[in-house]
Design a protein around this ligand. Structure first.
Ligand SMILES: NC(=O)c1ccc[n+]([C@@H]2O[C@H](COP(=O)([O-])OP(=O)(O)OC[C@H]3O[C@@H](n4cnc5c(N)ncnc54)[C@H](OP(=O)(O)O)[C@@H]3O)[C@@H](O)[C@H]2O)c1
Length: 254
């Protein structure tokens, strides 16, 4: 009898899995039995994560490519599908971009934010979903943010891209619902990763976020593993187009 959360026999691609939340989710998916394909732009960093998973008895390989380079991303999906015969799960997590005040955002900054946080997710999802529909089973998980709905200033381009990503999630979910493919999002709260090292280094800002979070702590990469496994597995079979908020209670507190 197989467990509804089991990912045995599934192949998952996690973008931006060389560190931070992507690495945490990749480990969680591997612990649930998936073969995890780790993406990022630095092969050495990916190999280190791969070793961690395989040393612990999991299955992992690497696919170094820049998610913003369309031809490379398309080729990577083809290569993964050729190597494994399937790609069942896609976690769109990779992100590049620098937060800036509204009047400091150049057209190039804006484009760069949209490229990784929205456009790349659209293109990878379209490519991966074609194979999922053909096989009649698939799971796409978008990594959004609580900032899709609430702003702390200095990240308007990011907020816009994440709000768009949740729209993409709902749009794709309806179109793919009858084809065996679910599309959901996870909206993390404030999680301690490299992306916010400078922000956390300011004790006032670190404490502001900690105190604003009812659980009185920053999240960790491990905190997203359960949500990712749930949305990638049969356990979430009747759930699509939703955003699962993992924020220690931040967005439901006054
Ligand atoms: N940390 C938080 O508080 C928080 C909160 C809400 C949402 N999120 C979301 O969670 C996701 C992960 O964030 P994180 O905090 O884990 O960030 P992170 O620690 O900076 O990790 C980003 C990952 O993405 C990879 N990456 C960046 N640009 C890439 C590209 N163009 N192509 C392929 N890989 C790329 C990086 O590896 P390389 O640089 O080696 O390529 C790295 O593995 C993002 O979507 C972010 O918006 C984070």
């Amino acid at each position: 009898m197989s467990h509804p959360f089991s990912l045995q026999g599934r192949v998952a691609l996690v973008t931006g899995a060389s560190r931070g939340l992507g690495a945490g989710m990749a480990l969680g998916l591997a612990q649930a039995g998936a073969h995890v394909v780790l993406n990022g732009r630095n092969p050495a960093a990916l190999q280190a994560r791969q070793r961690e998973i395989t040393d612990a008895g999991g299955k992992a390989s690497i696919a170094p490519f820049d998610v913003c380079r369309r031809a490379d991303a398309d080729a990577a999906i083809d290569a993964i599908t050729d190597a494994h015969g399937q790609l069942d799960i896609l976690v769109n997590n990779a992100l590049t971009g620098v937060p800036r005040d509204f009047f400091d955002i150049s057209d190039d900054d804006w484009r760069a934010s949209m490229d990784s946080a929205l456009d790349a997710c659209f293109r990878l999802s379209r490519k991966a979903a074609a194979g999922m529909v053909a096989r009649g089973w698939g799971r796409i998980v978008m990594i959004s943010s609580v900032n899709a709905r609430i702003s702390r200033g200095t990240n308007t381009a990011y907020i816009t891209a994440k709000a768009g990503l949740e729209g993409l999630t709902r749009g794709m979910a309806v179109e793919l619902a009858a084809k065996g493919v679910t599309v959901n999002a996870i909206a993390p709260g404030y999680m301690a990763t490299d992306i916010n090292t400078a922000f956390r280094a300011d004790p006032a800002r670190y404490e502001w976020i900690r105190n604003r979070t009812p659980m009185k702590r920053w999240g960790t990469p491990q905190d997203l593993a359960g949500a990712a496994v749930f949305l990638a597995s049969d356990a979430s079979a009747f759930i699509t187009g939703q955003t699962l908020v993992a924020d220690g209670g931040m967005t439901i507190a006054i």
